[in-house]
Design a protein around this ligand. Structure first.
Ligand code: ADP
Ligand code: ASP
Ligand code: MG
Length: 406
């Protein structure tokens, strides 16, 4: 007998039939003698619709009320699954974040989970009851409902697994596991049986949205055994494991892309010490995270161009912050380009091997794709290219690193 946390994403609970299928899967795990806690997302597309309602009401709005609205999608699925389980004769009840309580900090829209009360959940699990927990939501320090960022139900599930001391956290989704690249754009992507926490973290952070980045960081920190698998089949999924559990480490384990980047070039900014600090200061004050950065060599010694990327949904805010600081910065103009994509090659093997970067650059050059910005870490190389080349770049790199399924 084991204590398992099962998380089901939006497509896995998209309609009543899918929710019934989830109930049957949960019941099967209970019938095998396991204690099962379930964490659910909203039905596919619902959170987007709720967020659009809020923006249509007022583009700039109180984020506490945004959370009140967008958290409701999970309330619906949690209640429906509890009913479906009861129909199958399984004792179950729904739990909203505040009822547990699952406490977060007060950063509405992107709160961090701080503490989960598990005594009552343990007591009920021990009686054979299935807690059905609404993902993505919690309660902040001032008693308001918070949400923990898009895709956050993965993190709710891992946090709950850690707090309960669960044997495993199973993330059920609409693909059969973690692949060498997004199987929706790379038909030849291969399912990985195992991936290390480090690689999964890096892959998630550069755009592979199969797991929310914070959920992987949390699983790594608390050593929660994490499995990604499909709710549409019974095939084995991908285990996220420690590096020493992988016998034959590939040089490159995956290719990821992120379309939600935007590029800003500050043209002819004065080239003097402290310019980067002056430039990025107003952005960080506005809560804007700058990702890739490149500064050109100045040809006249007086001015230079600085190019960097921000999240696409922060582009306008970034431009406004820079324009507001214009007199201090003394730049000629700003050029914004939302039509870019960041493509990344990830692999723990690369820190001990040369040539990974040159293969990437040669492959893109061969396809006539211009690289606009480059950034690297120990186990990742990212390039910024024009968005129209996303598929071509990802597929060519997948082939170039020998990842294609044959
Ligand atoms: P859920 O609603 O279950 O949380 P998501 O849409 O958040 O599902 O994540 C699953 C999706 O992640 C897949 O449908 C797939 O298109 C995408 N994805 C991107 N990169 C990868 C990858 N390397 N492996 C698997 N899926 C990936
Ligand atoms: N429903 C939320 C979202 O769409 C949380 C999640 O599904 O993980 O972002
Ligand atoms: Mg998701």
């Amino acid at each position: 007998m084991a204590l398992i946390v099962q998380k089901f994403g939006g497509t896995s609970v998209a309609d009543l039939d899918r929710i019934r299928a989830v109930a049957a899967r949960v019941k099967a795990a209970v019938d095998e003698g396991n204690q099962v806690a379930v964490v659910l997302s909203a039905m596919a597309g619902i959170t987007d619709q709720l967020a659009a309602l809020v923006s249509d009401m007022a583009p700039i709005h109180d984020t506490r009320e945004y959370d009140t609205v967008v958290s409701t999608g999970e309330q619906v699925t949690a209640g429906l699954l509890a009913i479906a389980l009861q129909t199958l004769g399984v004792t179950a009840r729904s739990w909203l974040g505040w009822q547990i309580p699952l406490r977060t900090d007060g950063v509405h829209g992107g709160a961090r989970i701080e503490q989960i009360a598990v005594t009552e959940l343990h007591r009920r699990l021990g009686r054979g009851e299935v807690p059905v927990v609404a993902g993505f939501q919690g309660i902040g320090p001032l008693g308001r409902i918070t949400t923990i960022g898009r895709g956050g139900t993965d993190t709710t599930a891992v946090a709950l697994a850690a707090a309960l001391g669960a044997e495993r956290c199973d993330i059920y989704t609409d693909v059969e596991g973690v692949f060498t690249s997004d199987p929706r754009i790379v038909a030849k992507a291969r399912k990985l049986n195992k991936i290390t926490y480090e690689e999964m973290l890096e892959m998630a952070s550069v755009g592979a949205k199969v797991l929310q980045t914070r959920s992987v960081a949390m699983a790594m920190k608390h050593r929660v055994p994490l499995q990604v698998l499909s709710s549409f089949s019974d095939n084995p999924g991908t285990m996220v494991v420690d590096e020493d559990e992988i016998v034959e480490q590939e040089l490159v384990s995956g290719i990821a892309y992120a379309r939600d980047e935007a590029k800003i070039t500050v043209v002819k900014v004065a080239d003097r010490p402290g310019v980067a600090a002056t430039l990025f200061g107003p952005l960080s004050d506005a809560g804007i995270n700058v990702d890739m950065i490149v500064q050109n060599v100045s040809d006249d010694g007086k001015s230079t161009d600085i190019t960097f990327t921000v999240a696409q949904n922060q582009l306008e805010q970034s431009i406004a912050a820079l324009e507001a600081a214009r007199s201090k910065l003394e730049f000629e103009r700003l050029v914004a380009d939302p039509n870019v994509v960041k493509v990344s090659v990830i692999g723990v093997g690369m820190h001990s091997h040369a040539g990974v970067a040159s293969t990437m650059f040669a492959t893109l050059a061969d396809k006539g794709i211009n690289i606009q910005v480059i950034s690297t870490s120990e186990i990742k190389i990212s390039v910024l290219i024009a968005e129209e080349y996303t598929e071509l770049a990802v597929r060519s790199l997948h082939t170039a690193y020998g990842l294609d399924d044959d």
